[in-house]
Design a protein around this ligand. Structure first.
Ligand SMILES: Nc1ncnc2c1ncn2[C@@H]1O[C@H](COP(=O)(O)OP(=O)(O)O)[C@@H](O)[C@H]1O
Ligand code: SF4
Ligand SMILES: [Mg+2]
Length: 347
């Protein structure tokens, strides 16, 4: 199968007061048609920078210094604004964490959705209106016709995110990039929106890149997982493989912080109680993501890693540690071969 997206060596820098910072460093991955790929990692690891780079939405001070991002064989990173405009919000769309900042406060929901439909689907006003209402119904919006007349601030966070999803789907994208789409929402609403995204993804057969800092979400949503740490992808694997045999010590630590009880089942009270119980048991990772991580020449996780030793301070390449599974840690591969990771973990 040919990949729908193939990213190779994506490197993004920001100019700041303290000089230049390489926020995403040599990012390489692929997404297949109809696949859900999750990018997971703690806050500040370069997940958003990676997705914004793909769409050329970095804003002031940020630029892509190297790399390719082939979408259906064409490099998004070397396209003109005009070419990109044809793709963005059409074949590829993005949804973000805070829908209020993405919606225009002075226009009604109806106007914003119909405009987006008219631009991309070349429908007349009436047809676009009908399609907008049916999209809102599809994303589970109660009383869709009256929501069309409302302004964004009158909707709840969950309703606004449904509107954003409706807009993102209005032109039947082949790739949807969702950057922490439910982080700002209540846990039960979060579950509903994720369920909705998964159903729509199946229905439309679109590929999804889902960015999250929540490894629990990954378990429910992903086909394949990319783990990011300090500007690099440090592990890639199919989801079951990652949960069964995490290779990189950072991933192992992330997994130890996953609640054991499925978080999204039961009533709101049950979910919250389960989370609280888990919270008492969970182990969080000691320390923080280093601030100027691009200045570290060796393993960027070394200062937090229980297995750190001298060789860890040399540059780390991705090494194969299983089928479709790589990790950026020399020790993972060695321990895997000698079957010693378990011993070391226990020891
Ligand atoms: N607009 C910006 N200007 C300067 N630095 C930025 C900007 N956006 C992100 N960064 C830096 O890039 C790094 C990665 O950020 P980001 O991709 O937003 O992390 P994540 O999405 O994983 O939480 C951070 O160190 C952050 O400080
Ligand atoms: S390279 Fe060394 S410090 Fe880094 S994750 Fe592997 S064992 Fe830990
Ligand atoms: Mg982010």
């Amino acid at each position: 199968m040919s990949h729908i997206l193939e990213v190779e060596g994506l490197t993004t820098v920001f100019d700041g007061d303290g000089g230049q910072m390489t926020s995403a460093d040599g990012i390489s991955f692929y997404v297949d048609p109809g696949e859900i790929v999750c990018i997971v990692g703690e806050s500040g690891c370069g997940k958003s920078v990676t997705s914004l780079s793909l769409m050329s939405l970095l804003g002031r001070g940020g630029k892509v210094r190297a790399g390719k991002a082939l979408f259906e064989g064409r490099d998004l990173l070397s396209m003109s604004e005009k070419e990109l405009d044809k793709i963005r919000g059409d074949a590829v769309t993005m949804i973000f964490q805070d829908p209020l900042t993405s919606l225009n406060p002075v226009f009604t929901i109806g106007r914003q959705i119909t405009e987006s439909i008219r631009v991309h689907m070349h429908l007349d006003k009436e047809a676009a209106f009908k399609r907008a209402v049916s999209l809102l119904e599809k994303v589970g919006m109660p009383d869709a016709a009256s929501v069309m007349k409302k302004y964004p601030h009158l909707l709840s966070g969950g309703q606004r995110q449904r509107v954003m999803i409706a807009m993102a789907l209005s032109c039947r994208p082949r790739l949807l990039i969702a950057d922490e789409p439910t982080t700002a929402l209540d846990v039960t609403i979060q579950a509903q929106i994720m369920q909705l995204l998964k159903e729509l993804q199946k229905d439309l057969g679109m590929a999804v890149i889902l960015i999250t800092h929540d490894i629990g979400l990954v378990a429910q949503m992903a086909d394949r997982v990319l783990v990011m740490y300090a500007g690099q992808i440090i592990e890639q694997a199919p989801v079951l493989r990652l949960f069964d045999e995490p290779g990189h010590p950072y991933t192992q630590a992330l997994l130890r912080s996953v609640p054991s009880i499925p978080r999204f089942s039961g009533s709101r009270e049950e979910v919250l109680a389960a989370q609280e119980a888990d919270g008492k048991r969970l182990e969080s990772i000691q320390g923080v993501v280093p601030e100027h991580y691009d200045r570290i020449t060796g393993c960027r996780f070394a200062d937090r890693c229980p297995y750190e030793e001298e060789r860890c301070h040399e540059p780390q390449e991705e090494v194969a540690c299983g089928p479709a599974h790589v990790a950026r840690c020399w020790k993972t591969a060695r321990l895997e071969q000698t079957d010693g990771m378990t011993q070391e973990k226990e020891g």
